[in-house]
Each structure stands twice: as structure tokens, then as C-alpha cells.
Write a protein that binds this ligand. Sequence first.
Ligand code: 8DG
Ligand code: MN
Ligand code: MN
Length: 402
Amino acid sequence: AVNDSEVTPFSVPSYACQRRSTLENHNAVLTDALSLLAEKAELSDEDGRGVAFRRAAAVLKALPSAVTKMSQLTGLPCLGEHSLRVIKDILENGASSEVESTKESERFKALKVLTGIFGVGSKTADRWIREGIHNLQQLRDSGQTLNRAQQAGLEHYDDIKQPVSLAEAEAIRGIVGKAVASVSSEAQIVLTGGFRRGKLTGHDVDFLITHPEEGSEVGLMPKLVSWLESRGLLLYQKTTRNSYLECSEGPGRPPSNIDRFERCLSIFKLSAGQTGSGVQSEETAASPSATERQWRAVRVDLVVSPISQFAFALLGWTGSKLFERELRRWAGHEKGMSLSSHALYDSKQVNGSKGSASAMEEKRSKLISCHVLQGRYIRASSEEEIFAHLGLEFIPPTERNA
Ligand code: 8DG
Ligand code: MN
Ligand code: MN
């Protein structure tokens, strides 16, 4: 019998935020290849190309079965010429030559190792590579000046590159939950990021903290950090204060898709006794120095949001990154609105034009609305309300794995 899926072209809506993407992926071979090319582009400062590969991979992740023929892809969105060539190569030859040569490339390998260090971005890694530094030993021997984050990142490299398990995430939730409760009886904490989407492992653990009374969240972060630090639970932390009301986007400001909540990027010291199972991997157990060690380093992100912005913060910090990007693209291109992790506002009402604002106008209107046109903000107290305002069907966290 002819399998229908082999002859009928697939069909999916074009924005990832219109689709339900579970963790189930019938096209992992293809999406791994496209994700690797996305990574290569992102590490080479070619963000546009990176997004194109990420969108293509997300479309394949959303398909109900494995692609076997190119003809099944007819009419699918987001599959550009380059992505189609890679897919064709894999379907016909079992592998993509571009992907295979990237994997073997010394530059790509060096970029991956160096940017795998917490605190090291692609620009720094690129500079080091130009100076002949390709691995951790060469970096240690080079005498390069490292900032505090990079020093901690290098020191805990092996632990941090090892995936965080759900059990470890829950153990950390227990600890941070206790810390939050002891600095404020009413403050609330939610696990966000990949674990909220139902992932069983992650590269870090993300938390969002708020207080039911607007304004009472102020001062929570420093107290929380002191509580954790005084108990020796933090190997590294850097807190950035809330800069939402500062509005300006001058040099040194984060790009507008990065939010301005008070946040703490940290490296936690998680004791073996704090997780149900042992924290040591077979690998570390094999090394004599590590067998004595009864803890491991885990990356933890803490974010504090005022209750009035909580729904936006929750939506924004749950991910996936592509899902977030697609939500913002949908809001801007299809609805003439602007979505961030702080708010949703109607751009049309600010500058009077109907969704045809230039990038400059958009930016200006953002700055203006930030200061005076608070009334233009569309309020929402739940994720469901935000999807409704955007004219989208609600997609639960476990189906945002685009
Ligand atoms: P993983 O850790 O399980 O590997 O994946 P993840 O949980 O989906 O990724 P993440 O890097 O921890 O980011 C979680 C979400 O936080 C992501 O959807 C985007 C959101 N986010 C912001 N602002 C920022 C920011 O400034 N930096 C980072 N890293 N994430 C941010 O809203
Ligand atoms: Mn995460
Ligand atoms: Mn994170």
C-alpha cells in the first residue's frame, strides 16, 4: 500500500507561533543538519542567515512524519534555496557535504569550544582564534586577560557543558524557592525556559520571580543573592539592575529584544546530597580529583518582574528562542503591534500609520511610548490573554518547542 505521507505534500502555517511544536521530532537528521548550519552562521555574525536556517529547521520539526521525498516539501514556508539544497543532499546521499565539512572545520570546532565558555561570545572567540588560540589549554597558556565571568566559565567548563537534568533543576528550584520564601513570604517563583516546555535536560535553569503587590518586588534580588551567597551556594553571580525605565537605546545598550528586567546570571554550586541521584557523571567519576568532589556547577538565571509585567515576562522567558522571535515577528508584521518581555503595545496608535512604520519610526515610537504613552500598552495578566490580543490560538508551553 502507498503511504499517503509519501505522496501528499505537507502543509504548515508559516509562523512558528501558529504551530504546535512538541518535543517529538520525526526529522531529527534534517533538523540537526540545519541547526548546525544555523549555529555556524550565528558564530560568524551572520544572524539573518542563522534565523533562516532556524526557521527552516522549525518547519521540519512541525511535520507529522519523516520527509522521504523532496516533492513532499512543495509549498512549505521558510524553506529557502540553501536549506532545500541541504535537505536534498541528505535525502539523496545520506549526508550534506556542507554540514560534514563544517563539522571537520578547525575554525568551527574552535568557535564552539571557546564560545562554550560561559561569558565568551563569538566576537571574543573570533579575536582569540585570530591570535592562534583554538582550545582551552591554549587559552590558559596565552595569558589573555579574562573577565570575572570568563574566569568562572573556564574554571567550571566541564560541569557547565554537561546537560542539567530535570532532577537537578528541581533540586535547584527547591533551594531557590526556600531562598525566596525566606526573604519574602509572598514572593512567587516559577521555573521557566526549556524545563517549563517539558524538556528533560537543559543548558541552564531559568527562574522568574515576582510579588503579588506591585512594587514589592523591588529589592528582592539583592536579598535573594545575599541569602544564597551567605550559604556558599553561588560560585559566580552578576546582577544587572532593572533598566526598563531608562529607555534610551544608545551605544552599550542591549538590543531591543533583550529585556531590561533585574536579572542575575549565576553559577550554582549544587551538592550531591541535594539531588535524588548522584551528580557525578561516569566521566568525572573517573578522574581522581573529581571523585572527592561532592558537588557540581550549574548555570542558573534568575529574573525579577513586577506583577504588572509578569505575563509578558513569563511568555518571554519560556522560549523557545525561535518561538519568541516568531511571536514578535507576528506581532509586528501581521498585527502592527510590538511585543516584548515587558509589554504589548499597538504601534499603529502611536505614530498613526497603519503598520507601515519605518524602522526609525518604530524605534522612535518605542522610546516615546516607553516614557509617556503608557496608555498605549495593552494590558494582560495571563499568557492566554496575550495570545488572544495577538489573534493567535493559545499554544501551551510544551508545544512551544519550535
Ligand atoms: P536550555 O537552557 O534548556 O538549553 O534552553 P532554553 O531554556 O530554551 O534557553 P535559554 O537560553 O535558557 O533562554 C530561555 C528563554 O529566555 C529564551 O526563550 C529567551 C529568554 N530570554 C529573554 N531575554 C534573554 C536574555 O537576555 N538572555 C537569554 N539567554 N535569554 C533571554 O527574554
Ligand atoms: Mn534555559
Ligand atoms: Mn537561560
